[in-house]
Design a protein around this ligand. Structure first.
Ligand code: SAM
Ligand code: SF4
Length: 322
């Protein structure tokens, strides 16, 4: 069992397998970064897997593959299979923009992937293109359909933005409802890489939009999920709200993050990180365990996306995987 310095049980590892992306989302990577991490600085899947084994042996029960856009990394299915073969009851999930899923969903499912979160910010081609920086909607919708067909469990993530896609909150909710897919609305998190003109929506404002059409009731936060669940009174359809600006958000945080370069990050908000690269490349497992435990001991109590102060974080979401 992995316990952090504030007594929280950390059993969830998010691995960003690449910072590269085929989208340029306004809230994440509106411009191509000045320079990508050179390929030789990336950890190979073999070295990432060495750390995954350490993490599982120490108590990690859930792994999410993310990015950048994880489906851009060659042989992703082989990495998923390595993890699955090591511990087939691990909760193995991925977050993707869905653009390449039509071609890759079956391969990933066959490799052992169980669940998938797909970002869908708009159902209008021109708005989706405005947010992602290119015409993406058809591919994303085809990707969602394919993921459903091959039997992956799906969730949809939407980041509502004022005067961009805020008029589509109910449309996205109904898109999920019709297909039996849970939708999660994520509050925009201020960060220095995002487009400076963006204005996010507070959780309260997102709920107000839904209340214009539906009566809703609170369900609650299930386990360590970052999403607070609500349901529609008429048919019980459940949706989630991820509201990191709320003061109780961090209380049940159970996660750490590993970047494609091998930095182990204790909190999405802060710059602190320690590299496991040298340890895994040398096969020094004891050192990798030591780094894991140090990072956990120093995991901050809470982020700083507070309700009062809306400071921006320096961390790039495409680096940490969100
Ligand atoms: N490329 C994949 C995707 O977009 O789903 C995976 C990586 S992306 C960084 C992971 C999640 O972070 C996505 O659901 C995305 O919407 C979310 N995200 C990125 N930037 C964000 C921001 N500034 N505020 C809130 N959520 C953000
Ligand atoms: Fe790429 Fe995902 Fe960031 Fe959009 S949110 S730019 S799809 S990494």
């Amino acid at each position: 069992m992995l316990i952090d310095g504030h007594g929280r049980n950390v059993n969830y590892l998010r691995i960003s397998v690449t910072e590269r992306c085929n989208f340029r989302c306004q809230y994440c990577m509106p411009e191509k970064p000045f320079s990508w991490v050179p390929k030789e600085n990336l950890l190979s899947f073999e070295d990432l897997f060495k750390f995954v084994k350490v993490a599982i042996d120490e108590g990690i029960e859930k792994i999410r593959i993310t990015g950048g856009e994880p489906t851009l990394r060659t042989d992703l299915d082989k990495f998923i299979k390595m993890i699955y073969n090591y511990k087939n009851d691990i909760d193995l999930a991925m977050t993707t923009n869905g653009y390449l899923l039509k071609e890759s969903a079956k391969k990933l499912k066959d490799a052992g992937l169980k669940r998938i979160n797909i970002s869908l910010d708009s159902l209008k081609p021109e708005i989706a293109a405005k947010i992602a920086g290119k015409d993406v909607l058809k591919n994303v919708l085809d990707g969602i359909e394919e993921a459903m067909k091959v039997g992956l469990k799906i969730k949809i993530n939407m980041v509502p933005l004022k005067n961009v896609n805020d008029s589509e909150i109910v449309d996205i909710l109904e898109f999920g409802k019709k297909r039996g897919i849970r939708v999660r609305f994520i509050e925009y998190m201020e960060n220095v890489h995002a487009h400076s003109s963006l204005k996010g929506m507070h959780g309260r404002e997102i709920l107000e939009k839904i209340k214009e059409k539906y009566e809703i009731q609170k369900v609650g936060r299930i386990g360590s999920s970052p999403a607070f669940l609500y349901q529609l009174k008429n048919d019980g359809y459940k949706f989630g709200l991820i509201d990191p600006h709320k003061h109780d958000f961090c209380e049940s945080c159970n996660r750490i993050r590993l970047t494609a370069e091998g930095y182990l990050i204790p909190c999405l908000y802060f710059d602190e990180a320690m590299s496991i690269k040298e340890a895994v490349e040398k096969g020094d497992i004891e050192k990798a365990v030591e780094i894991l435990k140090t990072v956990l001991a120093n995991k901050p109590k809470e982020n700083r996306w507070s309700e009062e102060a809306t400071e921006a974080s320096n961390r790039a979401f495409y680096e940490t995987g969100g």
